[in-house]
Every structure is written in C-alpha cells, then in structure tokens.
Design a protein around this ligand. Structure first.
Ligand code: ZN
Length: 577
C-alpha cells in the first residue's frame, strides 16, 4: 500500500474476531468472516451472546471502513500515484459491492432474531430502529433502478465538471471563475459572471433531461417501496424519525419571515457602501469597501499553531485533541501539486482517530475550514470509547452542529490571525454568509418538496415554481435581462441532482450551532461541557436528545429562529463592514 501521511496506527482495542493479519483487499479472506457471522445467531441463547455477536459484526464493519478510508486518503494525498488510485478503485469495485449484500443479510438476521426485544431497550433503541428501517425499505426490484440513478448522477457530475470558459485568453473551470466575483473592478466581475451563466445555459437542456429521468426513476423507487410520493419515501430512507415534511415547511416559513428581511437590509447597506442604486448578481461576493482579501497566514505551520492557540483559549480537552492529531500526523493541510482538491475529515474506524485533509493556501476560507473540520475531528475523538460501530457515526444533522459550533466559537479568537479590525471583517463575512445560506437552503429544500409532490409536472411548471421561490427567499437583487439564468440557477446545486432531499440538514445543524454559541455568550464553560457531553453520545440517541445534551432545542420554527437571528443581527451591528 502507498505510504500514508501518518504511521500505521493500531486498533483502539485489540481485535478479537477479525484476524490480526488479514488482507482486507482480498474478498476470499473477508467472506469467511461473514460466513461465521451468519452462522452464529441461531446459537445465541442469551441477550449477552447476541450483544457479543453485534460487537464482532461491528469489528468487521470498522476494519472494512478503515481499509476504505486509508486507501481513499492515500489516493487523495498522491493523485499522481497510480498504484494508490488502483488500490482504492479495487476496494470500491471489488470489495464493497460484495460486502454490501452480506451486511444487509446480517441486518435481516438481527431484525428477525427472537432475542432482539430482550436487549437493553435504551441502549439499543436507535440501532434497532435504524436496522429495521434498512431491512424494511429494501426492494429487490429497486436495485437496478438505484444503479440507473447512480449512473445519471455520474452523468450530472461529469457534465458539471467538464464545463470551462475562455477568460482573457485562458481556459478556466467554473470553480476557478468564482474568485473573479471578488474583484473590485465591477466590469470584470460582470464579464466573469456572464461567461459562467451563459456557459451553464448552453447545457440547460441536458441538465433538464438528466433531471426528468431522475425524477421518473425516484417516483418508481418510491412506489415500489409502497409510498405514493418520493418525498415521503426519502424522509424514511434518510432516517428522519424525528422531523416531518411539515417541520421543514415551518423552517421555510421561519426563514422567509425572520431571515430574508435581514438579508435585504444587509444588501441595502452593501449597495450604499459600493455606491450602487441596485445590486446585480455579480455584486454579492466583493468586499463592500474594495479591500484586498485577508491574509491570515503565510505558512501552514502558522495556521496550525494559531488554530492550536484558539483551542487553548476555548477548552483544555479540545486543545489536547488537536495537539494529539499533530503528534500522530493526522493532518495533511498544505496545498501542493499532486493533491486532490477540497477538504474533508475522515475517521479511521478501528484506530478510532480522525484525519483532516485540506488544501490551505493562506485565505480566510482556510481558517474557517480548519475550525470546521476540527469540530468533526473532536466528534470522532469523543466517541472513541463507544464499541458499537454504528454509534460512532452520529446523524449528519448533529455532526454539523459539532463542526459549525467550532467555527462560531473559534471566531471569537481570530485575533490570533489578525489585527482587531481584520478579525471583525472576517467575523462579519462569516455571519453574513450564515444568513445567506439559510435562505439558499430554504429555496433548495422547498423546491424539492414541490418537485416530488407534483408528479407529471412540465418543465415550464418547474421553472415557474423555482422562480417563485427565488422571489420568496431571494434578496433585493436586480436580475433584469438575466431571467433565463435565474430560472436555471438550480442546475448548479449538486444535491438536487445526486442527493435528493439531503440539504436541509445544514440548516438544522446551524440552528444548533447558533444555540450553543448563544449559550457560550452566557457561560462559556457550561456551553462547552454540554457540547463535549453531546459529542460523546455519538449516534446512540435520537436527534432531539443529542440537541438537548448540547443545550439546544431541536425545533426549526419561528420561536426558535427569531432570537438567534436577532443575536446575529445585533452582533453584526457591532462589527463595522
Ligand atoms: Zn462538515
């Protein structure tokens, strides 16, 4: 295997079921483990024996998960190493498709086991609930439909990723064009924005074709599973036991009533500072005082040591966790040639340790990313004593509370990177970004609710529904002359195409993070100890209990959102642009 950034790390607890030496890239070595697991439950005579079986199953799942993570990390850290790529693809193509039906079989055996109801109720209720759901929703006839869905998703990604424009004599990807929207020169911003919008519009029919087919497939999948619409199916499939479509509708209403007016006020102020009568779509990302981008650090070492100091201001345990990651070399943060783009946090499921990957180049965005990913890493460290593998993966709505909270709390100490006025500028950008994202999440979520509850809609109906939503949740931006671009704006939102309904999670989590921040303003030590306690629960409790442990309400209606928005608005008035 290709060298990893870290040295080989032993399992958190010694293996007791998986052999010490086993080639986890060889299915013929893995299959016997599943054979043994399948054969054992009929002999389990007591709940304790069944629990012991669950832990052996957990050990296999963790070993396979860590093997996949290590291969992924090796590949993304060295994209030019063809061996690393081959090793990862081998796992994805040869091991995972064989493991998946075997995992499903174990879930079926567990759900049917007569001793299941005798397991300690509180300890296992979430596991039982999730495992039953997995078994209940499975339909053999949906397997080929899901493959077709995955293929279409790939077509969307390929099409999106292939788009480039010629800008000032150079070919640029649409992602690369993003930075020109931050240029003080307004004509240049407009040129860059139009190029990208027109490039996407040229493919509009293709995006619509892909989407029509996806909607058709999804409706069929839902019907096969006994649902009359895909929205209701997706809510089950995503394991949304603790909130309903009606709760999401309340979230949309709260965003419209509480957040959109604040966004409009901020945009009016932005227009005033830029000296513009009306804002156009290319005027939203530039610094309103035309200052150059913030420069938080030169070297990645500085980013790490300053982030370390931020955690020391916050909490001793968190600081120790981040220090341990440095000692074990679980950070690969600097941008360099031969590294995959983006950033992520991955967990080594057997070592029960987190790893953070980034491409830091010295921007404020890098500071936000390291604080965010460190929050995910603290979550992984906090669950390391949990032996049930499934409970070491908390639900996404709460994972993002862990990470977004670290952005908000960490931002209080940005003077480790900046002078006081620069730190305030970074905080202001962050808070404005949070409000804008809420409005975008509501738009995307409400659109998906409309799509899947209006079967047989035409493309024109769909466009009409989208435009109505952009008016409802959009700011005071003048789109005249660009109606077509506005009508197809949703084509750029990957989730609508490839992870249907998965997006509101970020809004739910941000409400949790803002509540932890509000608590910290009253009593930082208390807020942080609740935060850490909630992280330790991993995925072992339902969402409302995870939120409660962190000191938050699990609720997305106006009474919860209004005071949080008021806090952000008050904070913004203290931060000069
Ligand atoms: Zn995250």
């Amino acid at each position: 295997m290709s060298p990893l950034p870290f040295d080989s790390l032993p399992p958190h607890k010694p293996r007791r079921f998986v052999p010490q030496q086993i080639d986890l890239g060889d299915w013929t070595k893995i299959a016997p483990l599943f054979d043994k697991l399948e054969a054992r439950p009929p002999q389990c005579a007591t709940p304790a024996e069944l629990e012991s079986w669950l832990l052996d199953w957990s050990e296999v799942s963790a070993a396979l998960d860590e093997e996949s993570a290590k291969r992924y990390i090796a590949m993304t850290c060295r994209t030019e190493d063809s061996e690393a790529e081959k090793a990862y693809l081998h796992f994805v193509e040869q091991i995972e498709p064989q493991a998946k039906p075997r995992q499903f079989k174990l879930a079926q055996i567990h759900v049917a086991h007569p001793l299941g109801p005798q397991l300690p109720k509180e300890r296992y209720e979430v596991f039982e609930r999730d495992t039953k759901l997995h078994v209940e929703l499975f339909r053999t006839e949906n397997v080929p439909l899901e493959t077709a869905e995955a293929k279409l998703s790939q077509r969307y990604q390929k099409l999106s990723g292939s788009l480039t424009v010629q800008f000032r004599g150079e070919e640029k990807t649409l992602v690369q064009m993003g930075r020109y929207l931050e240029e003080p020169d307004r004509a240049l911003r407009q040129e860059a924005w139009e190029l990208v919008a027109n490039r996407r519009l040229r493919e509009a029919e293709q995006f619509e074709d892909i989407f029509d087919e996806l909607v058709r497939l999804r409706q069929e999948i839902a019907r096969n599973a006994g649902f009359d619409n895909y929205r209701d199916y997706a809510f089950r499939k995503l394991g949304r036991f603790d909130y309903s479509p009606a709760d999401c509708v309340r979230f949309h209403e709260a965003v419209e009533a509480e957040i959109v007016p604040v966004i409009r006020d901020l945009q009016a102020e932005r227009g005033r500072l830029l000296g513009l009568q009306t804002l156009r779509p290319w005027d939203l990302a530039v610094d309103p005082l035309s200052r150059p981008p913030l420069r938080p650090f030169e070297q990645v070492d500085q980013m790490v040591s300053r982030t370390q100091r931020i955690f020391e201001h916050l909490d001793r345990d968190l600081a120790e966790g981040f220090e341990r990651m440095q000692q074990l070399r679980l950070l690969d943060l600097a941008n360099r040639k031969g590294k995959a783009p983006g950033g992520y946090q991955s967990t080594l499921a057997e070592a029960r340790l987190p790893f953070i990957f980034m491409n830091a180049v010295g921007l404020q965005r890098d500071v936000e990313t390291i604080l965010h990913e460190a929050g995910h890493a603290f979550h992984a460290l906090a669950t390391s004593e949990e032996d049930l593998y499934a409970y070491r993966s908390p639900p996404i709505e709460f994972c993002e509370v862990a990470s977004m909270t670290m952005e908000l709390l960490g931002n209080e100490f940005l003077e480790e990177f900046y002078s006081a006025p620069e730190a305030n500028r970074a905080r202001r950008t962050h808070l404005e970004g949070i409000l804008n994202v809420f409005a975008w999440i509501a738009t995307v979520d409400a659109f998906q609710h409309w799509i899947y509850t209006h079967p047989g809609h035409s493309r024109a109906d769909r466009t009409g529904a989208w435009v109505e939503l952009t008016e409802r949740f959009g700011g005071a931006v003048d789109w005249s002359g660009y109606d077509a671009a506005r009508a197809k704006l949703w084509h750029r939102q990957l989730h609508i195409f490839i992870h249907a309904f998965y997006y509101i999670e970020y809004g739910i989590a941000q409400l949790g993070a803002l509540q932890v921040w509000a608590n910290a303003k009253r009593n930082k030590a208390n807020a942080l100890s609740s935060y850490k306690r909630a992280l330790e629960l991993g995925g072992s409790r339902p969402l409302p209990q995870l939120f409660a442990a962190a000191g938050c309400r699990f609720d997305f209606s106006r009474p919860t959102i209004a005071p949080l928005v008021e806090m952000v608005r008050r904070e913004l008035t203290t931060l000069a642009p």
